[in-house]
Write a protein that binds this ligand. Structure first.
Ligand code: C5P
Length: 234
């Protein structure tokens, strides 16, 4: 089996309120995207890494020079994360075989390591439903309802037993992922790849990830990511 990585990196990072797209913010002295790309490049299990950026992206050439081995930039990002992944998959038509495995990974998760990539590949094995890194939820989960004067109130407690937070990479065969994303009803409702695969009736495996693989969303997350990057990898 051959394993490929596909990184959607065409977002604008609206929640960071920073200058420019968050995948290019410096984390530990390197652009955020470069950390994730380097984890895949360092993994002996990964055949090639593809990065999907916006057609208007003017920064990528300095972050991923054209002569960097093992990486190809696809300038076909779309309006949503799902569109960026789907456009990237379609651009690889004829280059990837149906049974090749594709690991989709957010450019905004700089803490990925070759050890976590290996854990995902080993954990999924030859399961046709694929799988993803995830962590059991630690907080008590509340279902909100609209209350008086525009506040939200807690209408119920959702048992956290059995709830996981999805991380990436999420890995599926090329054919399954293309079919799942191509038939998903609403791109805005699809916040990860596994949800589209679940809609086809598959149950992807949950493989325990790691807190270091957090998604950088808020400015303070950069400091947390830097703390993990300074630690010895597991
Ligand atoms: O905004 P969020 O953190 O959910 O984005 C997750 C990933 O999807 C990021 O790597 C971002 O660059 C990517 N993305 C994309 N195309 C979009 C929106 C987000 O590739 N239109």
């Amino acid at each position: 089996t051959k394993y490929f990585a596909l990184l959607p990196a065409a977002g604008v990072g609206a929640r960071m309120a920073a200058n420019g797209p968050k995948q290019y913010l410096s984390v530990g002295g390197k652009p955020m995207l470069r950390h994730a790309v380097d984890a895949f490049r360092a993994s002996p299990l990964v055949a090639h890494t593809y990065v999907v950026v916006s057609p208007e992206d003017g920064v990528i050439d300095s972050v991923l020079p054209a002569d960097l081995d093992g990486v190809t930039v696809l300038r076909c990002g779309g309006a949503t994360r799902m569109d960026s992944v789907l456009n990237g998959l379609r651009a690889l038509d004829g280059q990837l075989a149906d049974g090749d495995m594709v690991m989709v990974h957010d450019a905004a998760r700089p803490g990925l390591t070759p050890a976590l990539i290996a854990r995902l590949i080993e954990g999924v094995g030859d399961d046709p439903a694929g799988g993803l890194l995830a962590l059991p939820v630690v907080d008590t989960m509340k279902r909100s309802a609209p209350g008086a004067e525009g506040v939200s109130v807690s209408a119920a407690t959702v048992p956290r037993n059995g709830l996981w937070s999805a991380q990436t990479p999420q890995m599926f065969s090329y054919a399954l992922l293309l079919r799942a994303l191509g038939s998903a009803p609403d791109a805005n409702a699809i916040t990860d790849d596994a949800s589209a695969v679940e809609m086809l009736g598959y149950a992807p495996r949950l493989i325990e990830g790691h807190p270091r693989n957090l998604k950088v969303t808020l400015p303070a997350d950069i400091r947390i990511a830097e703390m993990y990057l300074a630690e010895k990898e597991d």
